[in-house]
Design a protein around this ligand. Sequence first.
Ligand code: SF4
Length: 318
Amino acid sequence: MNHGIIQTIDVKKYFHIGKQQVVKSVDGISIEIYEGETFGLVGESGSGKSTLGKTIVGLTNPTEGTVVYQGNNVKDLSKKEQHRINRETQIIFQDPQASLNPRMQVGDIIAEGIDAHGLAKGKQRKERIHSLLERVGMNPDVVKRYPHEFSGGQRQRIGIARTLAVQPKFIVADEPISALDVSIQAQVLNLLNDLKGLENLTYLFIAHDLSMVKHISDRIGVMYLGNMMELANSQELFNEPTHPYTQALLSAVPLPDPTISRRDRIVLKGDPPSPISPPSGCKFRTRCPHAMEICSHKNPEWKEVKPGHWTACHLYAN
Ligand code: SF4
């Protein structure tokens, strides 16, 4: 297995609402993402997955805990080193419409990072923009056009070209295909997958749906109300999910051939509780079909149930 490129150690991100209320958006997450892998991160809205992604790339500071990049605590590094890490760790957002400046031409949008980090000038800069557009499957002739002249899928390609322009090593892809038409989701997913190999990238791929990350992820983490519930190799998570929440999510994923085998659908009770007042003990207990007395007052330990397969559930206490 490759070395960890990113590690979070007990990372928490809390938001204060007024004087009394606190949303524990990320509530103590420790994960390591290995160089060259795609780590899928899944959870319903409000699970904290996007906040975790933004905290990892430094768009927001953790309330507590540590983010480690290539073995170094990011907070302890010099300004110059942090500037390098800001370049090497990038994020692709869900909504390409909102993330591209409508008043800028495509060429200038792509060159923003090149200019900010002084990576190329003049002819080299122009050549780099052209080659980036080609790499994401766009005609370089579009440099003088504006974002509104493109479809959602093309705008996401331009966003990806802008991200690649600064030669990143690690990319958080925050639901990059959710806002796109189903017909072009696969194209953008394939593009991201191809680029990963070509550019030696590592991804944290965030999605609300397990089926979206299944085929592209090496490992998958499942979040619920700010906590990690389960983490395993992608295949193992699909074949042998241990956590009742993962089991419920998987039961809703359609099987490719329903005649081969059938998963019984587990219907979860109610909506996720408010992150402002999450349940005591196991946060999933109000919707869990296996909840026991202990679940209401004791937070389950994060336990390795098989090599590399972690789960947080009292069913696996021994
Ligand atoms: Fe369900 Fe209890 Fe396990 Fe939580 S700890 S998932 S409530 S069985």
